[in-house]
Write a protein that binds this ligand. Structure first.
Ligand code: BGC
Length: 763
């Protein structure tokens, strides 16, 4: 039996075509290295572990003569048992490790130093969901670039980012790490972030000392966890996988990503770590992906908990044969792969294939030529916390803010208005950066209070009161806040989620403002003072009562370093808010998942009151409180009805859809013009609307501009009954609109393909 597996292995793994990732000379060098490696060294190249430092707490308990944790890690590197180390920092630390790999190990293979830089490294940028609200793809690329510059200056070569999971269920806490609910926005953000992480300034791409390897994660469908519960199974049809969850990964890979992380979850009974279909058939065979696949944190071991492996040894075999090349933190590959190969249970060709992928990536990163290229203490000093990065953090924060409503033009505020700044999120330094920062110093972030005081200077007329804690009432808090409100012209209410309420394993059953803060909002509303809500959140929230009914609402997410400055700029009108929701805000928490690209059902509910036997809730309609794409500025923008160059589109023709967009207000405005499509009749059901394109434009007061979007045959393709792309003639609607529920549809018909006339020459 083992011999059969070996023979099969030769066929499966050796016959793969030579990949373009490395040059012939590099391949020859890799061949030579692999030829020299022991099984243990090969398994070592597939092992990623967490960083340790000098003076770890565990060192204090060691017996005399025993090595410290750092010494043990250095020894493992010297012995070729480790390929990569993650979440360590600093050029000096990195140099020590790299020296052990390059100078003190038998084969001198350089080490990969890796990190989770999800929204910044030292300078912290808005959480990715906030950045997605800018709909500014070029900004996302610049932020990723700035993060790469800071991280590489500290010795890092590999970023365990971006998160490209689509998240449609607001209960799931990790939506904060991604780009929201929509496929197109997620694809564009994924590609931009990969480009920014991997590009490098000098043109040699990954080999540049300021370029990082990107890792789109968590392959795939992790955001579809049942009930929004992190790590829960996702039961996703192949169609939904291919239409919704896979495309951002494909976009990231097309943008050049050479690492990819497999998720913790299962899909339809098959844990991702064991999912040969997705990890090998789709990723490798269909897409031709050439980089490495890394497990999530000890997810190989978790196959035992999932109940598909008897023990760790079997878990390694399953994960490795499914297509997971590299194991994170468990050290199980190190422990079991050599033995599995010797026993003939894993073909050595599969081992060599994975090692080859890792070595190619290291070569591509320039690590063989310049192992210390990213490790330079002087560069680290010079490139960390630069004013340029900080200025970018401010711009990103300004563009991430979404104005949901602005009754009676309450905003912008007059600078001489007396402000009562109220709420547990009014001051700092906590809950500004948001989840997933590994090396930040939260004292670097500017609170709302600090930002307002700086903007208003010595004449600031601000009172600050907390009103409540985040999760519980504050004794005397309500009374003090009410009295502050009564003595002010306007209330600025800073409420929402704490930093700990979003991120990994932070699922919530009720996506609402915590009750103590809701009570605060109700008490403030009773004073009748005009109120601006600043909503800090990492997810879409169901806004209710006094929060929903406040005069103005700004979604301010977790804006990180420049929180207070960006908010002050928007509150006082120095910056016109331009963000657009990347997720639909539900009316009620029980409504989630709510997203715009839903299906019609056979019984769509008519607008208006409840009607029996239609697809709506008894208590509310199916629509959101605020739709995907929604966001206001301080001006009025009007859209003319779209016009078409033809309403009968030839099979190979081009449809041009145009609309004039007018700024009828008195301030300049940045508008995100959105282009949506609906296929009215197809062989499988299609969403009510799909975003096909968008453009951010700036219009001066009184300015109008005609915008055109084009559609060709291929843009109308969808996955047919057999899951293959197909274009079908028939009726389509298009919108040019400011959100996913606004605008008037215009219809066109795609004409059928002309039948090819029979020719006499045909047999
Ligand atoms: C997360 C990953 C992350 C890893 C290492 C895991 O818990 O799911 O996204 O890269 O930890 O920090």
């Amino acid at each position: 039996m083992p011999r059969l597996i070996r023979a099969l292995g030769c066929l499966l793994f050796a016959s793969l075509p030579a990949l373009a990732l490395a040059t012939p000379a590099e391949e020859a060098r890799i061949d030579k290295l692999i030829g020299k490696m022991t099984l243990q060294e090969k398994a070592g190249q597939l092992t990623l572990v967490a960083a340790v430092y000098d003076d770890e707490p565990s060192d204090r308990e060691r017996k005399p003569g025993e090595p410290t944790a750092m010494e043990r890690q250095l020894n493992e590197i010297r012995d070729g048992k480790i390929s990569a180390v993650f979440n360590g920092i600093g050029a000096d630390w990195a140099r020590k490790l790299q020296r052990a790999a390059v100078k003190e190990s038998r084969l001198g293979i350089p080490l990969l130093i890796s990190v989770d830089a999800i929204h910044g490294f030292r300078t912290i940028f808005p959480v990715p969901l906030a950045e997605a609200a800018s709909w500014d793809v070029e900004l996302a690329e610049r932020v990723a670039r700035a993060t790469a510059v800071e991280a590489t200056a500290a010795g890092v070569a590999w970023n365990l980012a971006p998160n490209v999971d689509i998240a449609r269920d607001a209960r799931w806490g990790r939506g904060v790490e991604g780009a929201g609910e929509d496929v197109l926005l997620a694809q564009r953000m994924a590609a931009a972030r990969v480009r920014g992480i991997q590009k490098g300034e000098g043109g040699k791409h990954l080999a540049e000392p300021d370029a990082l390897l990107a890792t789109p994660k968590h392959f795939v469908g992790y955001g579809a966890a049942e009930g929004g519960l992190d790590y829960n199974p996702a039961d996703i049809s192949e169609r939904t996988l291919r239409e919704v969850y896979l495309p951002p990964f494909k976009a990231a890979i097309d943008a050049g990503a050479l690492a990819l992380m497999a998720g913790f979850h299962e899909i339809g009974g098959v844990p991702m770590m064991a999912n040969h279909h997705l990890l090998t058939e789709v990723l490798r065979d269909e897409w031709g992906y050439e980089g490495i696949v890394v497990s999530d944190y000890a997810a190989d071991h978790e196959l035992v908990e999932h109940g598909v492996a008897r023990d760790d040894r079997e878990a390694v075999k399953i994960a490795f044969m499914a297509g997971v090349d590299v194991s994170m933190t468990s050290r199980l590959y190190q422990q079991y792969l050599p033995d599995l190969v010797e026993a003939g249970e894993v073909p050595v060709e599969r081992l060599d294939q994975a090692v080859r992928r890792m070595l190619r990536v290291k070569m591509k990163l320039g690590l063989f030529e310049a192992p210390y290229g990213r490790i330079d203490a002087a560069r680290e000093k010079q490139l960390s916390h630069t004013p340029a990065a900080r200025a970018l953090a401010l711009q990103a924060a300004q563009r991430s803010i979404v104005l949901l409503k602005n009754d009676h033009d309450l905003l912008p505020l007059a600078r001489d208005a007396r402000v009562a700044l109220i709420g547990p999120l009014a001051g700092g330094p906590d809950h500004l950066n948001g989840p997933w920062t590994v090396f930040d110093d939260k004292r670097d972030a500017v609170s709302v209070e600090a930002g307002l005081r700086k903007a208003l200077g010595a004449n600031a007329r601000i009172s600050v009161s907390k009103g409540s804690n985040i999760d519980s009432p504050l004794p005397g808090g309500l009374e003090a806040a009410v009295s502050a409100a009564q003595n002010a012209d306007v209330v600025v209410l800073a409420i929402g989620e704490s930093e700990a309420m979003t991120g990994e394993a932070q699922s919530r059953t009720e996506v609402v403002i915590p009750p103590a803060q809701q009570a605060l909002a109700e008490a403030i509303a009773a004073t009748g003072r005009p109120t601006v809500v600043l909503l800090r959140t990492g997810r879409a929230l169901a806004l209710e009562g006094a929060v929903r009914d406040a005069d103005a609402i700004l979604v301010t997410w977790f804006l990180a370093a420049e929180t207070g400055n960006a908010i002050a700029d928007v509150l006082y009108g120095d910056v016109n808010p331009s963000g657009r929701l990347p997720v639909s805000f539900p009316q009620r928490p029980g409504q989630v998942p709510v997203y715009y690209a839903r299906k019609n059902t056979g019984r769509p509910a008519p607008a208006g009151p409840f009607q029996e036997y239609t697809a709506r809730y008894r208590d509310i309609g199916v629509g959101p409180l605020y739709p995907f794409g929604h966001g206001l500025g301080y001006s009025r923008v009007e859209y003319d009805e779209p016009t078409l160059n033809t309403t009968w589109l030839e099979w190979n023709g081009t449809l041009k859809v145009s609309a004039r967009v007018r700024n009828t207000g008195s301030r300049s405005v940045t508008e995100t013009v959105q282009f949506y499509l609906r296929d009215r009749v197809a062989s499988v059901t299609r969403p009510l609307r799909e975003l096909k394109d968008f453009r951010r434009i700036t219009l001066a007061p009184g300015e109008s501009r005609e915008l055109s979007f084009t559609l060709r045959h291929d843009d109308l393709a969808f996955l047919g009954d057999d899951l293959k792309p197909v274009v079908e003639p028939g009726d389509f609607d298009v919108w040019i609109a400011p959100s996913a529920t606004a605008g008037t549809p215009v219809r066109f018909k795609l004409m059928p393909e002309q039948p090819v006339p029979d020719s006499d020459e045909k047999p």
